[in-house]
Design a protein around this ligand. Structure first.
Ligand code: ARG
Length: 590
C-alpha cells in the first residue's frame, strides 16, 4: 500500500463517486491514470476512464444514461468535496479530465520538505525478504553478467529497504563448491606442496590459474585422475584439502571485494558449500513425498509442464547446481523464514528457477498461488554486448576484469573533470571522489536505464557523455541546483519552516506535479521490479527542471525567490532519493 500515491488518493475519491453514480455496480474499480502528453500538450493532470466501460455494462438496464459522456458527467457531479481537485471536465467519449489543485500540490511539497521523503515510501506486507544477487563463482572469472546482477540486485535491495521491509537479506550465493576445485587443488599442490606457502601472490591471478589447471585437466590423464581424487578427498573433509580450498576461496573473495567496495555494494555471503550437508536431508524429504525418481541412473524430479527433469543427484552420485538450490531454498524458507525470495541472474537461467519453484510447489512447500507469500521470484536480465554486437569482451583477454573496467570508468571521468577550469583549485581528494561518483555512477546508470530483460551495448563514450540520458547529465543538473542554493545565500532550513510554495507559473506547476508523482512511479517500479522505470522518472524530472523551470523561471533575485528555492530543494530531495535507490553518489559541485 502506498498512501502517498496521488493516483491512489484520486482513485479513492472517484470510488465514492462511482458508487453513487451506479449503485448497482458496487465492485467497480476506479481507473485513474496520469495524463500523457500528446505532441507535447497535456489536457489535464489525470484522467478517469470508467465511463465507457460502465455504460457498456449498464445499458439495457433502465438507468436513464444516454451514453458514456452522460455517465462521465454524472461521475463528475457525484464527486465528493476534495481539496485535491481543482476542476474536472468530460471530454470525447466520456473521459473525465482531472486538474489538480495548485494549492494542494504546493502543500504536499511543503510537507515533503518538512517530513522527509521516507514518508512517501510504500509499505510491503512482508517482514523478511531476501535478494540473492551477484553470486559469482570462485576461481572462475567474475564477468559482466555478475556486474549486472550486482548492480540490479543492489538497486532492488535498496528499493525494498526504502519500502520498510524489516529484514532485508542481501545474499551472495557464491559458487564456492563443485568439481572445479579438484583440478585447482591438484594444480596448487604441484606448485606448492605445503598449503601454508600459498598466499595471495601465489595464486593472485586466479583466472590464469584456473585456465592453467583446466589445460592440464584436459590434456594430462594422470593429472585428471589426481584432480578427481582431490574432489573426493576435499569432500570427505581431509584437512590439507580443506585448507587449500579455503585459500583459493579467500583469494577469490578478495578480488570480488574490490568490485563491491568500488560500487559500495554490501552483500552477505553464504556460498554453495554451506548447503552441501543439507542436500541429502532435503532430498530425503522430497523422496518421502514421492517426488524423486530414478532416471537413467540419476535421481530426478519432474515438474508440471516441463519435459526435462531436475537432476537432483547425478549418475555418479554427485550433486550439482540444482541440488544446492533445492537445499538452500529449504533453508531460506524454514530456517531464515524468508517470505519473499528474489533471485537475480541472467535470463538464461529462467528454466532452472522455474523448475525449482515448481518442484517446491509440487512438494507443497510453496503455495499453489504464485502471488501468495511465501513466494519466490526470478528476476532475469539480458546480455551486455560489445560494440561488435557480441558478448562484451576486451581485446586483450577473452573476458573483462571488472576491477579494470571500473577503474577505466573512473579514470576517464577524472580526465574529463581535469579539463574543466572549475576544478583547478579543488583538493585532490575531491577530484578523486567526484571522478568515482561520476564514473561508477555512469556504469550503473547505463545498465539500469534499460529494461533489464533487453541486451545493452557497453560503451564508455556514450555512458560518460554529459548530454543525453546519462548519469553524467543527471549529476551536472544536481550540481547546478546545489550551486543555485549556494548562490542564494539563504538559510534553507529557515525558509523551509517559514516559506511557502506557490505554483503560479506553468513550469513551476509542471515541476511540482512531477515531484509529487514520485510515490506512484516508485510503486510501479517496485511492483514490477523494474529499475528502468525509476531511471526514466529521474531523467524526466531533470529535463523538466532544466529545460522548463530553470529556463523560464528566474530563481535568485526574483520576487518568487523563496518559493522557487523551496521548489529547487524539493527537486534535490527527490533527485537524491532516486540517486540513492540507484546506488549513485550525487556530486555537489562540478
Ligand atoms: N553462481 C551462479 C552463476 O554464476 C549464480 C547463482 C544465483 N543464485 C542461486 N541461488 N542459484 O550463474
Amino acid at each position: 500500500d502506498c498512501p502517498a500515491s496521488v493516483k491512489k488518493q484520486l482513485a479513492k475519491v472517484f470510488e465514492v463517486s462511482l458508487k453513487a453514480t451506479v449503485p448497482d455496480e458496487p465492485k467497480v474499480v476506479p481507473l485513474v491514470s496520469p495524463c500523457v502528453a500528446k505532441a507535447g500538450v497535456k489536457i489535464s493532470d489525470y484522467q478517469c476512464n470508467n465511463a465507457m466501460g460502465l455504460f457498456a455494462k449498464i445499458k439495457g438496464k433502465q438507468t436513464g444514461f444516454k451514453g458514456p459522456p452522460a455517465v462521465g458527467k454524472a461521475i463528475v457531479d457525484n464527486l465528493p468535496e476534495s481539496e485535491m481537485i481543482e476542476s474536472c471536465s468530460v471530454a470525447g467519449p466520456g473521459f473525465v479530465n482531472i486538474v489538480l489543485s495548485k494549492k494542494w500540490m504546493a502543500q504536499r511539497l511543503e510537507r515533503l520538505l518538512i517530513d522527509g521523503i521516507d514518508k512517501w515510501a510504500p509499505r510491503l506486507p512482508v517482514k523478511v525478504v531476501m535478494v540473492d544477487f551477484s553470486s559469482p563463482n570462485i576461481a572462475k572469472e567474475m564477468h559482466v553478467g555478475h556486474l549486472r546482477s550486482t548492480i540490479i540486485g543492489d538497486t532492488i535491495a535498496r528499493m525494498l529497504e526504502f519500502s520498510c521491509v524489516e529484514s532485508l537479506i542481501r545474499r551472495n550465493h557464491l559458487g564456492d563448491w563443485g568439481t572445479q576445485f579438484g583440478m585447482l587443488i591438484a594444480h596448487l599442490f604441484d606448485l606448492y606442496p605445503n598449503p601454508d606457502d600459498v598466499n595471495e601472490t601465489a595464486i593472485g591471478d586466479l583466472q590464469a590459474f584456473y585456465k592453467a589447471s583446466k589445460v592440464r585437466f584436459d590434456n594430462e590423464p594422470e593429472f585428471k585422475l589426481r584432480a578427481q581424487q582431490s574432489v573426493v578427498r576435499l569432500q570427505s573433509g581431509e584437512e590439507k584439502y580443506r585448507k587449500a580450498w579455503e585459500r583459493i576461496c579467500d583469494v577469490s573473495k578478495a578480488e570480488f571485494e574490490k568490485v563491491y567496495k568500488r560500487l559500495r555494494v554490501r552483500l552477505e555471503a553464504m556460498g554453495e558449500s554451506c548447503f552441501n550437508d543439507l542436500i541429502p536431508e532435503v532430498l530425503e524429504k522430497l523422496d518421502k513425498l514421492g517426488l524423486v525418481e530414478e532416471n537413467d541412473g540419476a535421481r530426478v524430479i519432474f515438474v508440471e509442464g516441463v519435459n526435462i527433469p531436475i537432476i537432483a543427484v547425478k549418475r555418479d552420485g554427485g550433486y550439482n547446481y540444482s541440488s544446492t538450490d533445492l537445499a538452500s531454498l529449504w533453508y531460506r524458507l524454514n530456517v531464515e523464514k524468508v517470505e519473499w525470495n528474489i533471485y537475480i541472474t541472467d535470463v538464461g537461467q529462467w528454466q532452472h528457477f522455474d523448475m525449482l519453484f515448481k518442484a517446491y510447489r509440487r512438494a507443497g512447500w510453496l503455495p499453489k498461488d504464485e502471488n501468495e507469500f511465501p513466494k519466490c521470484t526470478h528476476i532475469g536480465f539480458g546480455l551486455v554486448l560489445g560494440e561488435d554486437g557480441k558478448r562484451f569482451r576486451t581485446r586483450s583477454s577473452e573476458t573483462v576484469r571488472l576491477v579494470d573496467l571500473l577503474d577505466e570508468a573512473k579514470n576517464r571521468s577524472k580526465a574529463a573533470l581535469l579539463e574543466r577550469d572549475a576544478v583547478k583549485d579543488w583538493p585532490e581528494e575531491e577530484i578523486e571522489k567526484t571522478a568515482e561518483a561520476i564514473g561508477y555512477g555512469a556504469v550503473k546508470y547505463a545498465d539500469l536505464k534499460n529494461n533489464r530483460l533487453t541486451n545493452y551495448t557497453f560503451n564508455f563514450d556514450q555512458m560518460l557523455n554529459d548530454k543525453g540520458n546519462t548519469a553524467v547529465y543527471l549529476q551536472y543538473a544536481h550540481a547546478r541546483i546545489c550551486s543555485i542554493m549556494r548562490k542564494s545565500g539563504k538559510d534553507i532550513e529557515e525558509i523551509k519552516r517559514n516559506g511557502n510554495i506557490v505554483l503560479e507559473h506553468e513550469d513551476e506547476r509542471a515541476l511540482g506535479l512531477h515531484l509529487i508523482q514520485f510515490p506512484e512511479v516508485f510503486e510501479e517500479s517496485l511492483s514490477n521490479l523494474l529499475p528502468n522505470v525509476l531511471c526514466e522518472y529521474l531523467y524526466n524530472l531533470t529535463e523538466i527542471f532544466t529545460k522548463k523551470f530553470y529556463t523560464n523561471c528566474q530563481v535568485v533575485g526574483s520576487p518568487e525567490e523563496t518559493s522557487r528555492l523551496l521548489l529547487c530543494e524539493a527537486t534535490l530531495t527527490v533527485m537524491r532519493k532516486c540517486f540513492d535507490l540507484l546506488g549513485i553518489v550525487p556530486v555537489h559541485r562540478i
